[in-house]
Write a protein that binds this ligand. Sequence first.
Ligand code: ADP
Ligand code: MG
Length: 456
Amino acid sequence: MNELEQLTRLCANLGAEPAAAATMAAQLQKRATQLAAERKITREAAMHYLLEVLVKARQGESPESISMNRPALSLREKLITRFHAVFGRGPAVITRAPGRIEFIGNHTDYNGGTVLGAAIDRGIWVGLAPREDGRRRFASELSETVIDLPADQLEKQTGEASWTNYPLGVLAALPEFGLRVPEGFDFMAVADLPLGSGLSSSAALEMSSALAFLEITGQHPERETVVKVGRYAENHFVGVPCGILDQGVSGFGQKDHLVFIDCRGPEFAVVPMPAEARFWIFNTHTKHALVDGLYAARHRECMEAARLLGVSQLVDISPEQLAAKAATLPPVEAKRAKHIVEEIARVAATKTALAAGDLKKTGALLTASQRSSQTLFENSTPELDFLVDELIKQPGVFGARLTGGGFGGAVMAMTDTQFNDERAQVVAKAYAARFGSAPEILQTRTGDGAAVVSAS
Ligand code: ADP
Ligand code: MG
C-alpha cells in the first residue's frame, strides 16, 4: 500500500465517505509538504503531526491543544496513528523495550562470569489488539506489507516476513515457561533504535512483544521469566545463540543505572550510573568474514583452558591463581584465560568505581578491556583499535572499547556532557581518511527497561 492509499484508508476509518477520504488524503499529503517547509521539520514529522491532529480531533481532543512546535510525534503517538492507519482501530496494549549496550564484560557470559550493560534511551514500541477471527497480523516500519498468519500455525518465516520471527519466537517460547499465548491479534512495531547496529534491536523486539502478549492475556510472571522467554525465542526460534545480556539488560534496565548480571544464576541487579555519563556508539558496519567460526573457536579455547586448569568454568579461577598456573597452559589458551579472568575482575572494579562516582577510573577500565581484547582475546580489528585510539585522544572521553562480540561491529565511548558532535566528527573523519568510509555515529544515554506503557 502506498502512502496515499494508507492515508485514504485512515481517513475512511476515521469516518469519511470513500470519495471524501481520497480527497482528504491528497490534502494531507500536500499540507504535510507545506508544513515541513514552513516549520523546517522533516516531511515525515509533519505528516505525523497532521495525523495526530486528525486522530485526536476524532477522539474529542481539541487540535489546538497539540503543540505545533514539537518537531515530531512521540513514538507512542506514532505507534497509535500507524495502528489506526493500518488496522482501523487503536491498540489495546502498548509496550516498549529498550536497546542495550554491553558496557564491560567481554565474552564473560559463557564462562560463567559477570557483565555490566546499559539499557539505552532508544527502543521498540509494540501495539497490540485482539482479533476474534484466528488471524495474527503483523505490521512494522520495515515493510509496507502486513504479514497475515493463521493463529494455529507457528512456522519460521523467511524473506520480507522474517522480522516476525522475533514475536513468533516469543509465542513459541511462552508455553515452554508454562504461559498462555494470545490467539488472534493485530500487532504493530515502531522504533527509534537502529537495527543490526549491535544495540540489540532483536532483544528489544522480543521483550516488547513478550510484555504485550502477557498483558493482553492477563499474565504477570516475574521479570526474570520474561527475560528468559525473550532469550529462548532468539536462541531456539530465530536461531541466534546470544547470551542473557541482551534480554537481561532490556528487561531489567533503569535510567541512570547499569544492569549487573551474574551469568551463572543468572542473577540480575542494578548499579547506579552517574547521570552525566554519555555513550557514543561508532559503528564500523564491518564484520569479519569468519565471525561465526572465530566465535566458536574462542568458546572452545576458553573451555579447553578451564579443563586444563581443572575447573568447570573460567569464573572459578582468580587472576592470582591463573598467574601461578599460566605456564602450564599452551600459549593460546593462556592468553584467552587471562583475558576472561581479568575481564571478570574488571567488571567488579567497574562496579566499585561507579559506586564511588568515579567516571575517570571507570573509563580507564573500559580502555583496559579494549587492550585485553586487542592483545589477549584477539577479537578486536584494526578498525576498532583505530577508533578507540582516536577517541581516547579527545577531551571529554573517559574511555572506549569494542562493544559486543568483536571481530567487527561497534566501539562505545563513555564521555562527559561536553563531548559533542564536532569532536565525534573529528574521529569519524580520521577513520574515513584511513578506512574509506565514515562510521555511523549515535549518541545515547541510559534509559528505562521494558514496560507496559498503557493497557485498556
Ligand atoms: P541487532 O539485535 O544487533 O539490532 P539483529 O540482527 O540481531 O541485530 O536483529 C535485527 C532484526 O530484528 C532485524 O533484521 C529485524 O528482523 C528485527 N527488527 C529490529 N527492529 C525492528 C523493527 N523496528 N521492526 C521490525 N523488526 C525489527
Ligand atoms: Mg540481535
